[in-house]
Design a protein around this ligand. Structure first.
Ligand code: ZN
Length: 277
C-alpha cells in the first residue's frame, strides 16, 4: 500500500525548533491539482493589526490537538477547525455535491466558502496576534486558499509543522482516548481518572477511542498526510510563507514548549527575542 521512499528533500529544510527531527518518510504522490477558485474581497481589511494565520499540520498522532489547545489557552488566540466550520455552517455547502470522501473531506469550493465566511465575513482573529488553524491545510490547494484569505484580510500566513516519526504517532494514536460525555470537542484528549485510567477524570464515563483513530481510518489519514505534506511545504516555500518545524518525537510537554517558542517567533511576541538559530 505505501512505499516509503526516503527521498532527499528537494529544497532547503525549514527551521526546526527543538531537537533535530527524524526525517519524515516522503511518499511523493502527486496531490490532485484542482483549479483554485479566485477570491477577491477588496473591502476586507480585517487584520490590519498584524494577525498571523498559523496553519498547524502534522501526521495523525503528532499531537496537533493537544498543542493547539495549549497554545490557544496560553496566547489567548482563537482556533479554526475545518470540521467544526462544516458542522456549524452546513448552509454554506448548499448546491455542492455531497462529499464521498472516506475521511469526510470537503472539496475546495466548500473550503473556499467556509474560509471566506469565517475570516472575511466573520472576522475571526481580528485584534488577535494569531489564529491557529488545527490540522489545516490538508493540501497545497487549501494552502492557496488560505493565502488568498491572508491577502484579503491583510493577515500573514505561517506554517507550523509537527514532525513525528511513524512509531511515535502510532503509539500516541493507540493510547489516546476521548470522553464521549464531556465534549464539546469530540477530539479533545481526555484526562483520565487517577484511580482508573479507563475512565474520565471529570465525569467518570468510560473513555473511548476517537472515531478516526480506528486502524483503517488512521492508516488512511496517515497516507493522505504523507502524500500531501511535501506539496504543502513546497507551496509554502514558493509563496514565501514562513515554515517552522517542531520535533514532535518528544514528550507532549516538551512538544508544547517547543511549539510555544515557535509561535512566539511567528507572531513576533517578546519571548522570541534573541533566540534565532
Ligand atoms: Zn468526561
Amino acid at each position: 500500500m505505501t512505499t516509503n521512499a526516503m527521498s532527499a528533500p528537494t529544497r532547503p529544510e525549514p527551521a526546526t525548533v527543538g531537537e533535530p527531527a527524524a526525517r519524515l518518510p516522503c511518499l511523493i504522490t502527486a496531490a490532485p491539482h484542482v483549479p483554485v477558485p479566485t477570491l477577491r474581497t477588496p473591502t476586507a481589511t480585517a487584520h490590519a493589526a498584524g494577525t498571523v494565520l498559523v496553519a498547524v499540520i502534522g501526521p495523525p498522532g503528532a499531537g496537533k490537538s493537544t498543542v493547539v489547545r495549549a497554545l490557544a489557552a496560553t496566547f489567548g488566540v482563537p482556533v479554526f477547525r475545518l470540521r467544526e466550520a462544516v458542522r456549524a455552517r452546513p448552509e454554506l455547502l448548499a448546491g455542492l455535491p455531497p462529499t464521498r470522501d472516506p475521511l469526510g473531506w470537503v472539496g475546495l469550493e466548500a473550503v473556499r466558502r467556509l474560509l471566506h465566511a469565517t475570516f472575511v465575513q466573520g472576522r475571526l482573529g481580528v485584534g488577535c496576534s494569531a489564529v491557529l488553524l488545527d490540522n489545516f491545510p490538508g493540501t497545497a490547494g487549501q494552502l492557496a486558499l488560505l493565502a488568498e484569505i491572508g491577502e484579503a484580510t491583510h493577515a500573514a500566513v505561517a506554517l507550523l509543522e509537527l514532525r513525528a516519526d511513524a512509531l511515535t504517532a502510532a503509539v500516541r494514536v493507540g493510547r489516546r482516548r476521548v470522553c464521549p460525555v464531556c465534549g464539546p470537542d469530540p477530539h479533545a484528549p481526555a484526562v483520565p481518572a487517577t484511580d482508573d485510567p479507563a475512565r474520565c477524570g471529570s465525569c467518570r464515563a468510560v473513555l473511548a477511542r476517537r472515531d478516526t483513530d480506528v486502524p483503517r481510518l488512521h492508516a488512511l489519514r496517515l497516507d493522505r498526510y504523507t502524500a500531501n505534506r511535501s506539496e504543502i511545504a513546497d507551496s509554502a516555500a514558493e509563496r514565501g510563507i514562513p515554515h517552522l518545524v517542531v520535533n514532535a518525537d518528544a514528550t507532549m510537554s516538551e512538544v508544547c514548549r517547543a511549539a510555544h517558542h515557535a509561535l512566539s517567533r511567528l507572531t513576533g511576541s517578546p519571548e522570541s527575542s534573541g533566540s534565532r538559530p
